[in-house]
Design a protein around this ligand. Sequence first.
Ligand SMILES: Nc1nc2c(c(=O)[nH]1)N[C@@H](CN(C=O)c1ccc(C(=O)N[C@@H](CCC(=O)O)C(=O)O)cc1)CN2
Length: 283
Amino acid sequence: MTAQIIDGNALAKKVREEVAGRTAALKARGIQPHLAIILVGEDPASQVYVKHKVADSEQTGLKATLERYPATMAEADLLARVRALNADASVHGILVQLPLPKHMDTHKVIEAISPAKDVDGFHVASAGALLVGQPGFWPCTPYGCLKMLDSIGYDLKGKHAVVIGRSNIVGKPMAMMLLGRDATVTICHSRTTNLAEFTRQADVVVAAVGRRDVLTAGMVKPGAVVIDVGMNRNDEGKLCGDVDFAGVKEVAGWITPVPGGVGPMTRAMLLVNTIEAAERAAG
Ligand SMILES: Nc1nc2c(c(=O)[nH]1)N[C@@H](CN(C=O)c1ccc(C(=O)N[C@@H](CCC(=O)O)C(=O)O)cc1)CN2
């Protein structure tokens, strides 16, 4: 069996079209949805990501303002900037690109963002809302993964989903979203003994570890859906995920590629959260 590919680029395009429609409707009411992006430092990957976020926003009619600061910026100055954006009624979404320079407390910075503008869904209030099933903003990467499952009409009810990785921004919220769809969820992590024992039972595997070849063909149940969140470089410097794509695609029923899978959907769901924030503010 060769797996069908879930094309993140194609799905992200559809999502952007939906966002463009919602943006136009708000603009017709005299409201310009506006995302403020803060980039601190010169991390090359972050520079590329924020550039894409600005371009995606502009393509869908959203206004995006990018504020760049040197890596030497004081944490207090960043907190002051976030608070000023919280108070600015023309700004609907605030995003602080991660990682931040080492001298900054990432948690403190995220907690300074108003939950009403937390379009990354990283604030404790957003995490709590997801946990108890209340409206809030969902983190863009797991939200994008869920959209990918929806795009193939996959019914998660009663299915066994294994999430590999327990980060606050991917693994844990992913598990909550799958649970919210009535899946039976197992979270595996670096201390899990015999990972393959769990993944071989899974109908859905989400790999979010940040290490190549965490999931290989022998670890996958035939026909399973495999979602690859990883973003790594192989020995040739080529972008690759956490999954041995060439091997696993011969066993899985569905698989997401890297690049062109979860990454574009992460960006697309940021636009969804931003338009949602603007709609909520507009009432
Ligand atoms: N404030 C945030 N910081 C970070 C987030 C986030 O969601 N919010 N996630 C990651 C980086 N990230 C978004 O910021 C991100 C990374 C990669 C992609 C993407 O589209 N990847 C492409 C490949 C791009 C390439 O060639 O390098 C793909 O997979 O096809 C989107 C978003 C950490 N920081």
